[in-house]
Design a protein around this ligand. Sequence first.
Ligand SMILES: [Zn+2]
Length: 261
Amino acid sequence: MANFKTHITASTLLGAGYGVAGYYWGEFPVPSCILAGGLCSISGMLPDLDSGPGVPLRESVAFAAAVIPMMLVPRFESVGMPGEMIILAGAAVYLLVRFGLAELLKRYTVHRGMFHSLPAAIIFGQLAFLLSPGDDLNVRLFKAGAVVLGYVSHLLLDELYSLEWYKGRLRLKTSFGSAIKLLGGSMWANLSTFGKLAVLTWVCIREPNWVADYQQRIAQRQSRPAAEKTKTENASSDAENPEQLWWEEMARMWLQEWMVR
Ligand SMILES: [Zn+2]
Protein backbone atom coordinates (compact mmCIF):
# COMPACT_ATOMS: atom_id res chain seq x y z
CA MET A 1 0.00 0.00 0.00
CA ALA A 2 1.31 3.37 -1.00
CA ASN A 3 2.10 5.70 1.86
CA PHE A 4 0.74 9.15 2.59
CA LYS A 5 3.69 10.93 0.98
CA THR A 6 3.43 8.97 -2.27
CA HIS A 7 -0.28 9.67 -2.50
CA ILE A 8 -0.02 13.38 -1.84
CA THR A 9 2.93 13.78 -4.23
CA ALA A 10 1.10 12.02 -7.06
CA SER A 11 -2.15 13.92 -6.58
CA THR A 12 -0.32 17.26 -6.25
CA LEU A 13 1.52 16.71 -9.54
CA LEU A 14 -1.73 15.64 -11.20
CA GLY A 15 -3.49 18.67 -9.73
CA ALA A 16 -0.85 21.02 -11.10
CA GLY A 17 -1.28 19.45 -14.55
CA TYR A 18 -5.06 19.62 -14.28
CA GLY A 19 -4.95 23.31 -13.30
CA VAL A 20 -2.63 24.18 -16.18
CA ALA A 21 -4.74 22.18 -18.66
CA GLY A 22 -7.86 23.94 -17.39
CA TYR A 23 -6.21 27.28 -17.96
CA TYR A 24 -4.98 26.57 -21.48
CA TRP A 25 -7.73 24.42 -22.92
CA GLY A 26 -10.69 25.10 -20.68
CA GLU A 27 -9.97 28.85 -20.47
CA PHE A 28 -11.00 28.88 -16.83
CA PRO A 29 -10.01 31.87 -14.67
CA VAL A 30 -6.65 31.55 -12.86
CA PRO A 31 -8.10 31.38 -9.29
CA SER A 32 -10.43 28.54 -10.33
CA CYS A 33 -7.47 26.66 -11.85
CA ILE A 34 -5.38 27.07 -8.68
CA LEU A 35 -8.30 26.02 -6.50
CA ALA A 36 -8.99 22.99 -8.70
CA GLY A 37 -5.31 21.99 -8.50
CA GLY A 38 -5.42 22.29 -4.70
CA LEU A 39 -8.63 20.25 -4.51
CA CYS A 40 -7.07 17.50 -6.61
CA SER A 41 -4.01 17.48 -4.36
CA ILE A 42 -6.07 17.19 -1.15
CA SER A 43 -8.37 14.58 -2.66
CA GLY A 44 -5.38 12.28 -3.03
CA MET A 45 -5.57 11.57 0.68
CA LEU A 46 -9.36 11.39 1.05
CA PRO A 47 -9.78 7.62 0.62
CA ASP A 48 -7.48 6.95 3.58
CA LEU A 49 -9.86 8.76 5.91
CA ASP A 50 -11.09 5.23 6.50
CA SER A 51 -7.88 4.35 8.34
CA GLY A 52 -9.42 4.99 11.78
CA PRO A 53 -8.49 7.51 14.49
CA GLY A 54 -5.08 9.08 14.00
CA VAL A 55 -3.28 12.15 12.78
CA PRO A 56 -4.54 12.05 9.12
CA LEU A 57 -8.17 11.80 10.19
CA ARG A 58 -7.88 14.46 12.88
CA GLU A 59 -6.03 16.92 10.68
CA SER A 60 -8.26 16.42 7.64
CA VAL A 61 -11.41 16.84 9.68
CA ALA A 62 -10.08 20.02 11.33
CA PHE A 63 -9.12 21.37 7.90
CA ALA A 64 -12.49 20.46 6.38
CA ALA A 65 -14.34 22.01 9.34
CA ALA A 66 -12.57 25.32 8.71
CA VAL A 67 -12.74 25.34 4.91
CA ILE A 68 -16.24 23.98 4.19
CA PRO A 69 -18.10 26.82 5.99
CA MET A 70 -15.92 29.32 4.07
CA MET A 71 -16.78 27.64 0.78
CA LEU A 72 -20.44 27.76 1.70
CA VAL A 73 -20.64 31.49 2.46
CA PRO A 74 -20.94 32.54 -1.21
CA ARG A 75 -23.52 29.79 -1.73
CA PHE A 76 -25.57 31.08 1.20
CA GLU A 77 -25.25 34.61 -0.15
CA SER A 78 -26.36 33.54 -3.61
CA VAL A 79 -29.70 32.45 -2.18
CA GLY A 80 -30.07 35.70 -0.30
CA MET A 81 -29.52 34.35 3.21
CA PRO A 82 -29.37 37.26 5.67
CA GLY A 83 -25.94 38.09 7.21
CA GLU A 84 -26.50 36.88 10.76
CA MET A 85 -28.02 33.66 9.55
CA ILE A 86 -24.92 33.01 7.44
CA ILE A 87 -22.79 33.21 10.59
CA LEU A 88 -25.11 30.83 12.45
CA ALA A 89 -25.24 28.42 9.51
CA GLY A 90 -21.44 28.54 9.17
CA ALA A 91 -21.02 27.73 12.86
CA ALA A 92 -23.52 24.87 12.56
CA VAL A 93 -21.63 23.43 9.58
CA TYR A 94 -18.35 23.70 11.51
CA LEU A 95 -19.76 21.75 14.47
CA LEU A 96 -21.37 19.20 12.18
CA VAL A 97 -18.11 18.50 10.37
CA ARG A 98 -15.80 18.78 13.38
CA PHE A 99 -17.78 16.44 15.60
CA GLY A 100 -20.52 14.78 13.56
CA LEU A 101 -18.48 13.81 10.53
CA ALA A 102 -15.41 12.89 12.59
CA GLU A 103 -17.50 10.54 14.74
CA LEU A 104 -19.14 8.95 11.69
CA LEU A 105 -15.79 8.38 10.02
CA LYS A 106 -14.34 6.81 13.15
CA ARG A 107 -17.30 4.55 13.74
CA TYR A 108 -18.54 3.48 10.37
CA THR A 109 -15.56 3.16 8.09
CA VAL A 110 -13.54 0.02 7.53
CA HIS A 111 -10.10 0.36 5.95
CA ARG A 112 -10.27 -0.58 2.28
CA GLY A 113 -14.05 -0.71 2.57
CA MET A 114 -16.30 1.34 0.35
CA PHE A 115 -14.20 4.48 0.89
CA HIS A 116 -11.79 2.84 -1.51
CA SER A 117 -14.18 2.51 -4.45
CA LEU A 118 -15.19 4.25 -7.66
CA PRO A 119 -18.68 5.23 -6.43
CA ALA A 120 -17.00 6.93 -3.44
CA ALA A 121 -14.84 8.93 -5.86
CA ILE A 122 -17.99 10.13 -7.64
CA ILE A 123 -19.71 10.92 -4.32
CA PHE A 124 -16.82 13.18 -3.29
CA GLY A 125 -16.92 14.84 -6.72
CA GLN A 126 -20.62 15.51 -6.25
CA LEU A 127 -20.02 16.98 -2.79
CA ALA A 128 -17.38 19.27 -4.28
CA PHE A 129 -19.86 20.30 -6.98
CA LEU A 130 -22.45 21.20 -4.35
CA LEU A 131 -19.94 23.09 -2.22
CA SER A 132 -18.47 25.10 -5.11
CA PRO A 133 -19.66 28.67 -5.18
CA GLY A 134 -20.71 30.57 -8.29
CA ASP A 135 -23.33 30.27 -10.98
CA ASP A 136 -20.93 29.07 -13.67
CA LEU A 137 -21.77 25.41 -14.10
CA ASN A 138 -18.61 24.64 -16.07
CA VAL A 139 -16.32 25.98 -13.34
CA ARG A 140 -18.16 23.89 -10.76
CA LEU A 141 -17.89 20.77 -12.90
CA PHE A 142 -14.19 21.53 -13.43
CA LYS A 143 -13.60 21.61 -9.65
CA ALA A 144 -15.67 18.47 -9.10
CA GLY A 145 -13.57 16.77 -11.78
CA ALA A 146 -10.42 17.75 -9.87
CA VAL A 147 -11.67 15.96 -6.77
CA VAL A 148 -12.58 12.81 -8.71
CA LEU A 149 -9.17 12.83 -10.41
CA GLY A 150 -7.27 13.17 -7.11
CA TYR A 151 -9.42 10.48 -5.53
CA VAL A 152 -8.98 8.04 -8.41
CA SER A 153 -5.21 8.67 -8.43
CA HIS A 154 -5.14 7.39 -4.85
CA LEU A 155 -7.11 4.27 -5.78
CA LEU A 156 -4.85 3.62 -8.77
CA LEU A 157 -1.69 3.96 -6.68
CA ASP A 158 -3.09 1.59 -4.06
CA GLU A 159 -3.69 -0.96 -6.81
CA LEU A 160 -0.24 -0.45 -8.31
CA TYR A 161 1.30 -1.12 -4.92
CA SER A 162 -0.49 -4.44 -4.74
CA LEU A 163 1.74 -5.70 -7.55
CA GLU A 164 5.14 -6.88 -6.44
CA TRP A 165 8.20 -8.56 -7.86
CA TYR A 166 8.74 -11.89 -6.23
CA LYS A 167 11.62 -14.11 -7.36
CA GLY A 168 11.78 -12.37 -10.72
CA ARG A 169 8.05 -12.62 -11.35
CA LEU A 170 5.27 -10.10 -11.03
CA ARG A 171 2.68 -11.28 -8.54
CA LEU A 172 -0.44 -9.92 -6.90
CA LYS A 173 -0.75 -9.22 -3.21
CA THR A 174 -4.00 -10.12 -1.48
CA SER A 175 -4.89 -6.41 -1.43
CA PHE A 176 -5.24 -6.44 -5.24
CA GLY A 177 -8.67 -5.29 -6.34
CA SER A 178 -9.60 -3.78 -2.99
CA ALA A 179 -9.11 -0.17 -4.09
CA ILE A 180 -10.62 0.23 -7.56
CA LYS A 181 -13.93 -1.50 -7.17
CA LEU A 182 -17.61 -0.91 -7.63
CA LEU A 183 -18.83 -3.16 -4.84
CA GLY A 184 -17.32 -4.16 -1.51
CA GLY A 185 -17.76 -7.24 0.64
CA SER A 186 -20.38 -5.78 2.92
CA MET A 187 -23.94 -5.65 1.60
CA TRP A 188 -24.90 -2.89 3.99
CA ALA A 189 -21.93 -0.70 2.97
CA ASN A 190 -22.76 -1.23 -0.69
CA LEU A 191 -26.39 -0.27 -0.18
CA SER A 192 -25.47 2.79 1.82
CA THR A 193 -22.87 3.90 -0.75
CA PHE A 194 -25.17 3.52 -3.74
CA GLY A 195 -28.01 5.11 -1.76
CA LYS A 196 -25.85 8.18 -1.14
CA LEU A 197 -24.79 8.19 -4.78
CA ALA A 198 -28.42 8.17 -5.92
CA VAL A 199 -29.53 10.92 -3.54
CA LEU A 200 -26.55 13.13 -4.39
CA THR A 201 -27.05 12.61 -8.12
CA TRP A 202 -30.63 13.79 -7.77
CA VAL A 203 -29.59 16.79 -5.65
CA CYS A 204 -26.79 17.73 -8.09
CA ILE A 205 -29.17 17.67 -11.04
CA ARG A 206 -31.85 19.72 -9.29
CA GLU A 207 -29.63 22.14 -7.37
CA PRO A 208 -28.81 24.68 -10.12
CA ASN A 209 -32.58 24.97 -10.72
CA TRP A 210 -33.29 25.59 -7.05
CA VAL A 211 -30.85 28.46 -6.87
CA ALA A 212 -32.02 30.05 -10.14
CA ASP A 213 -35.64 29.58 -9.09
CA TYR A 214 -35.07 31.21 -5.75
CA GLN A 215 -33.20 34.17 -7.23
CA GLN A 216 -35.96 34.69 -9.75
CA ARG A 217 -38.64 34.67 -7.04
CA ILE A 218 -36.79 37.22 -4.95
CA ALA A 219 -36.25 39.46 -7.98
CA GLN A 220 -39.92 39.22 -8.92
CA ARG A 221 -41.05 39.94 -5.42
CA GLN A 222 -38.80 42.94 -5.04
CA SER A 223 -39.89 44.41 -8.35
CA ARG A 224 -43.58 44.15 -7.53
CA PRO A 225 -45.22 47.52 -6.90
CA ALA A 226 -45.83 48.37 -3.24
CA ALA A 227 -49.58 48.76 -3.69
CA GLU A 228 -49.97 45.22 -5.01
CA LYS A 229 -47.92 43.88 -2.14
CA THR A 230 -50.28 45.21 0.52
CA LYS A 231 -53.29 43.98 -1.41
CA THR A 232 -52.15 40.40 -1.88
CA GLU A 233 -50.38 39.77 1.37
CA ASN A 234 -52.26 42.04 3.77
CA ALA A 235 -48.84 42.76 5.22
CA SER A 236 -47.87 46.10 6.70
CA SER A 237 -46.60 48.58 4.16
CA ASP A 238 -43.14 48.97 5.66
CA ALA A 239 -40.13 47.49 3.87
CA GLU A 240 -39.91 43.72 4.01
CA ASN A 241 -37.39 42.42 6.43
CA PRO A 242 -34.83 40.19 4.68
CA GLU A 243 -35.07 37.38 7.21
CA GLN A 244 -38.80 37.03 6.80
CA LEU A 245 -38.43 37.20 3.04
CA TRP A 246 -35.84 34.44 3.09
CA TRP A 247 -37.85 32.06 5.24
CA GLU A 248 -41.06 32.68 3.32
CA GLU A 249 -39.57 32.12 -0.10
CA MET A 250 -37.53 29.11 1.02
CA ALA A 251 -40.59 27.48 2.58
CA ARG A 252 -42.68 28.15 -0.52
CA MET A 253 -40.03 26.80 -2.82
CA TRP A 254 -39.60 23.56 -0.85
CA LEU A 255 -43.33 23.05 -0.53
CA GLN A 256 -43.65 23.30 -4.30
CA GLU A 257 -40.66 21.02 -4.85
CA TRP A 258 -42.35 18.29 -2.79
CA MET A 259 -45.87 18.86 -4.08
CA VAL A 260 -44.73 18.29 -7.66
CA ARG A 261 -43.48 14.85 -6.74
ZN1 LIG B 1 -5.58 3.94 0.32
